[in-house]
Design a protein around this ligand. Structure first.
Ligand SMILES: *Cc1c(COP(=O)(O)O)cnc(C)c1O
Length: 383
């Protein structure tokens, strides 16, 4: 293995040979004239906000692409997660199992429902929820009461589990889904990072009751701000439509809202941007695949682990990641690349280490710490 100093310099050269910008961001969106055309048309039509043809069209495209019966748009991925948890009945005093390695929105959405997250360590290999740990937790730390599970220690009902596909690498959904099924736990996939990722030849989201996506500016395609929930369940889909549009009962004139709803549906102007982006999705995915191949070759024999897809998966390679051997190497690499105008970033601080989650139950094996200590995200924009 080369010394980390030499290695970092050759990395900088390699990235500069690939991208010819002065400053190389971690992830930037791909726009051209099409976005401008669609946005102009949208403005000319006056349908910029809560009604319009394009929003239905965008939802239809996402449903078809992900092979889901329904896709319901939202203002962002966080709102999608909140609404997904809400419509499946997650409520005050419940617990929701999730993973230590994720963006803060995953846990925040649980709290918005007045429920408590329980943080499981991830697998070192996938960076996503560990099936073995999930089973052990449900078997040993929960008991059956009526038709649901209760956490023996806290006495709270464990109602759902949110699995996140880290950086676009699919979690082991088949195993996780069969465990959730066995213990009667609602399964939700936070696929904010995983549009265009497949496992067992199926797009992610196949095994969950509900799957959420984000179309934030840094995601694989963007609507500016935006998100959606996909499902095959007609009832849940109708509930999401209703609650995301202030729970207004259909009527010719009257403003009658039959329950507490949200203003969570995506505005039409964002969907217009999304439609233009959607036309590029296949190209973006192909471009990311060749970038990942470049990195795979570069990191081969380096002694540092570049995150590649598992053999039964096809990842979208949304954010590329590399794990160094030591914390010191990671820190050196971060400092040196950023000083050279190449944006690299550490993994999120583990969720249970944030002040507002520090008292939550956490099941640790050390794998999440190891990932945090050694892993860096590297430039991943499609060209
Ligand atoms: C981006 C992201 C979200 C939230 O998406 P927003 O659209 O920014 O609200 C949720 N979870 C994960 C894992 C994400 O990466």
């Amino acid at each position: 293995m080369k010394d980390i100093n030499d290695f970092t310099i050759s990395f900088i050269d390699q990235v500069r040979a690939h991208y010819d910008d002065e400053f190389i961001p971690l992830h930037r969106p791909v726009f051209d004239e099409l976005e401008k055309t669609y946005l102009n048309d949208c403005i000319d039509s006056n349908f910029v906000s809560s009604a319009g043809q394009q929003i239905n069209e965008f939802e239809g495209k996402i449903a078809a692409f992900t092979n889901s019966k329904f896709a319901k748009s939202t203002v962002n991925g966080t709102a999608a997660l909140h609404l997904a948890l809400h419509v499946t009945g997650v409520g005050a005093g419940h617990e929701v199992i999730t993973q230590r390695v994720s963006f803060v929105a995953t846990a925040n959405a649980i709290r918005y429902c007045n429920a408590e997250p329980v943080f499981l360590d991830v697998e070192r290999e996938t960076g996503t929820m560990c099936p073995l740990l999930l089973r052990t937790f449900l078997q040993n730390q929960t008991k059956k009461e009526a038709d649901y599970r209760v956490n023996i220690r806290s006495g709270r009902r464990v109602s759902a589990c949110v699995v996140m596909h880290t950086f676009g690498h699919p979690a082991k959904m088949l195993e996780l889904a069969s465990i959730c099924d066995e213990f009667n736990i609602i399964l939700i996939e936070d696929a904010a990072e995983a549009l265009g990722s497949y496992s067992d030849s199926e797009h992610v989201g196949r095994y969950a009751s509900l799957t959420t996506y984000s179309f934030n500016g840094n995601k694989i395609i963007t609507t500016g701000g935006g998100g959606c929930i996909t499902t095959n369940d007609n009832k849940l889909s109708e509930k999401i439509s209703h609650l995301s549009t202030t729970a207004k009962a259909p009527d010719k004139f009257e403003y009658f809202h039959d329950q507490l709803g949200f203003n969570y549906r995506m505005p039409n102007i964002n969907a217009c941007l999304g439609l233009a982006q959607f036309e590029k999705l296949d190209d973006i995915l192909a471009n990311k695949r060749s970038l990942a191949e470049m990195y795979t070759n570069f990191f081969a024999d380096s002694g540092h682990r570049f995150w590649t897809e598992r053999s039964d998966c096809r990842a979208n390679y949304w954010l590329n990641a590399v794990s160094f051997q030591t914390r010191e190497q990671k820190q050196f690499f971060l400092e040196t690349t950023n000083a050279a105008g190449i944006m690299t970033r550490p993994v999120w601080v583990l969720l249970d280490q944030l002040p507002h989650y520090s008292r939550c139950e956490t099941v640790e094996t050390g794998a999440s710490e190891a990932i945090y200590d050694t892993t860096v995200n590297i430039p991943s924009s499609a060209q």
